[in-house]
Each structure stands twice: as C-alpha cells, then as structure tokens.
Design a protein around this ligand. Structure first.
Ligand code: NIG
Ligand code: FE
Length: 409
C-alpha cells in the first residue's frame, strides 16, 4: 500500500454514470488537506487527514502544498504519423490558409505520402516516443486515429502500430478507423469507389481483426459529405464500431444531427456551430468535444464552449495532436486554452479534460476520476495556491510527480 498525506487539494471529481453536463461541470468537489491510499494499481481510499485510519503503508508520499488530480484523458489524437509539417507551417506564416495548402496537394495528403513510404517499425518507434512524452505531460488515457494511410495496406499499418502501442503501454488506448479522412489521390476521380472500399473492405476486415474500436469521418466541404458519412457510419455500426466524428471544423453542413442519429459517442471540433446543432445534441448520448489547440494553431474560431455548456450539454476537451492542425499533445496547454479562450472555469476545464474525456472514448469505468476502485493514475502538481493555478500559469511545467497504475513514474 502507498499512502499520500497532507494533499493540499484532492480533486475528487466523484462517481459518474455519464458525462458531466451543463451547470454540474462547474461543481468539482475537492478535499482540502487530504490523504489518499493506493493498493496495487487502484485507488483504495481517500478523505480528510483528520479521518485518516491506521494504515500499514509501505511507502508514504508527503504532498504538502500540492494538488492531486486524475491524469488527463485525451479523447482525440492523430498520434501516429510520419513526420512534422513544418514546411506548411511556414507557408501559413507567409499567408497561405490551411485550405489553400490542402488544395495544392499539401495537408492530409502530404502526410499520407510520407506515411505510406515509412515502415511499420519506424512508425511504431516514433509513435511510442511521442506517447511516452505525452504520459510525462500527464496523459493517462488516449484515443488514436488512423487516417494518414487511405489505402487498405497503409490504414492497416497505422492500426497495427496502435495495436502495438496498446500492447506495450499500460494506459487505456482506443483505436479509431479514420480511413475517411480525405479522398486519396488515386481515387480523385472516383470518390464513390473510395467510400465503397472503406465500407466493403476496410471496415469488415479491420473490425474482424479487432484493429479498431471506433469509426470516424471528416465530414466537411471538400472532404466527405453528410451522405457519405452516414453510409460509412452505418457500415461501421454493422461491425460494432461506434462513431466519433470530425464535424463542423470549417463549415456547419448538418453533420452533427446526422452523427447524433447514428448514436455517435462524440462529435469533435465544432468551431462552427448553428443553433440547430445544439438542439440536435440536446437529449442525445453524443458528447461534444472541443479541440482548442487546432483553433490556436490554424487561427480559426474557437468552439463556442459557453453556448454548449450553458445549453446543459456535456463538453470534453482534447488535443487533436496531429502534424497539420495541432502539433502539440500537451493536455496542460489544452486546459489553459479552455479557460483562456473558451471561457471555461478551471473546474469545467478540468472535468472536460478528465472524466468527460474518459466518457468520450469509453474508458470512464477505469480512469478519469478519483474514485475508489479506479486506476491510480494521478497527477501530483508542484506546490501551488489552488487548482486555479493550473490554467492560470499556462505554459509552465506544473507536474511534480505522476503515479501510473499505482507506481511513481
Ligand atoms: O483534426 N480535420 C481533420 N483532421 C485533422 C487535421 C489533419 C491534418 O492536417 O493532418 C484535424 O484537425
Ligand atoms: Fe482530428
């Protein structure tokens, strides 16, 4: 057993049967001057120091002045990719837009060409290093998408890399098939043929091989239409893949209502949001996910988080870590952006980055909150005034120690 004592603030996000919605997101219970007991890889008990029972602890960790919270749950990433796209970054600084770069054959298709020529082993080694960096930044559960292969062989290669990460790293990892990320060059004149390839070959084969947990589509002008998305989601569902989709990044084209009709677990991006999109989400089981790092990096509007939360909806936040629109997987920065740019209170931002992120990738029974019986995956901060300091001192490294599966890292 491990005993952590004198915790300045223990963020006890509580026990949840579903994502935290609306006003409840601003109420995050915490215990001042707390203890926490870990048994093996689990949270065994916690409470105020004055109630600390006698324990035969093997190891005692003094957390005077420090905050303890669950490790971050990053429900949307493209962590497996070939190389960075610094060249396009500079093109954008010099005035080109993300769309203009994509129209010139850059963007997603640029990453596709690079990934196709890279070996599975090399992709795996790079992805593993990135994942280890993210864990050191406090990420304790992650979703990873395919989508830079866009052929049966290359999508499979990406999914196999994710499967190897799952086997090698002991945190919850979910794999999402995003073959519908862009139309590959060889299908430029035959988009129906590509959609058919996804539906008839990729989905059945990858689902059967258990290489993916979810199905994703980039539903956007110039990428996939609502009708194409619906056909792909229908096929995914027949093979047990629940949708988690990219919608409303640049244009609101009706993807949210369609995704809700297909019982999507989450709808991600939402930088452009119509009133009817909010209405479609109300009363549904679909979780909106904001990706502020993408808005920051592409200089596009931020997801109107206040409108979503004030409408009584849940909200999760994630990094969208990818080489084109969000080349950072640092959830600490995402939490700061949520408070600074999305006007989410620190409580809302922390809930969005932990328990709601866990629900948005279906790992909330194991992680995402300080709850007895859940995995002891904990962030111990540097000594600080309160948890409000986390988003306030943006850009600083505020993690003192991490506990992963009950072990100090
Ligand atoms: O989530 N929107 C689509 N996909 C990624 C960007 C991918 C890329 O540019 O490589 C995103 O922003
Ligand atoms: Fe994305």
């Amino acid at each position: 057993m491990k005993l952590i004592t004198n915790i300045h603030q223990l963020l006890v996000t509580g026990e949840f049967t579903g994502p935290v919605c609306g006003k409840a997101m601003s109420q995050m219970p915490y215990i001042t001057n707390a203890y926490l007991i870990i048994e093996e890889d689990r949270i065994y008990d916690f409470g105020p120091m004055e109630d600390l029972p006698p324990v035969a602890a093997v190891e005692i960790i003094d957390a005077t002045g420090k905050i303890i919270l669950p490790m971050w749950c990053d429900s949307h990433t493209h962590l497996v990719y070939a190389t960075g796209r610094e060249d396009e970054f500079v093109d954008r600084i010099n005035g080109l837009s993300y769309e203009e770069i994509a129209n010139r054959g850059g963007g997603i298709l640029n990453s596709v060409a690079r990934l196709r020529s890279m070996s599975e082993d090399a992709l795996y080694e790079d992805a593993l290093k990135r994942l280890q960096q993210l864990i050191a930044l406090g990420t304790g559960a992650i979703e990873i998408k395919s989508g830079y292969g866009l052929s049966v062989a290359a999508e499979k290669k990406m999914l196999r890399v994710i499967a190897r990460l799952k086997a090698a790293v002991d945190i919850p990892i979910k794999a999402t098939l995003l073959a519908a990320h862009a139309i590959p060059t060889e299908y430029k004149e035959n988009r129906a043929g590509y959609v058919q390839l996804i539906i008839e070959e990729m989905i059945p084969a990858f689902a059967k091989a258990k290489l993916c947990d979810f199905i994703d589509v980039f539903c956007e002008s110039g990428y996939f239409t609502v009708a194409e998305m619906e056909a792909i989601l229908t096929a995914g569902k027949q093979h047990g893949l629940r949708p988690k989709v990219h919608v409303n990044q640049f244009n609101a084209i009706g993807g949210i209502a369609a995704a809700v009709n297909h019982d999507a677990l989450s709808v991600d991006h939402l930088e452009e949001l119509a009133q009817e999109d909010i209405e479609a989400l109300q009363g549904s089981n679909t979780i909106p996910v904001a990706l502020p790092g993408c808005s920051f990096f592409l200089s596009i509007p931020y997801t109107p988080a206040r409108r979503l939360i004030d409408a009584g909806l849940p909200l999760a936040i994630a990094t969208d870590y990818n080489p084109g629109s969000a080349p950072s997987g640092n959830m600490n920065f995402t939490v700061a952006q949520a408070s600074i740019q999305l006007r989410m209170t620190p409580e809302e931002a922390i809930i969005a980055a932990t328990i709601n992120g866990a629900f948005a990738m279906d790992v909330a029974s194991k992680v995402g909150s300080i709850t007895k019986g859940k995995k002891a995956n904990l962030i111990i901060t540097t000594p600080q005034k309160s948890y409000n300091t986390l988003p306030y001192r943006f850009g600083y490294h505020q993690i003192d120690q991490l506990i992963l599966n009950g072990e100090l890292l």
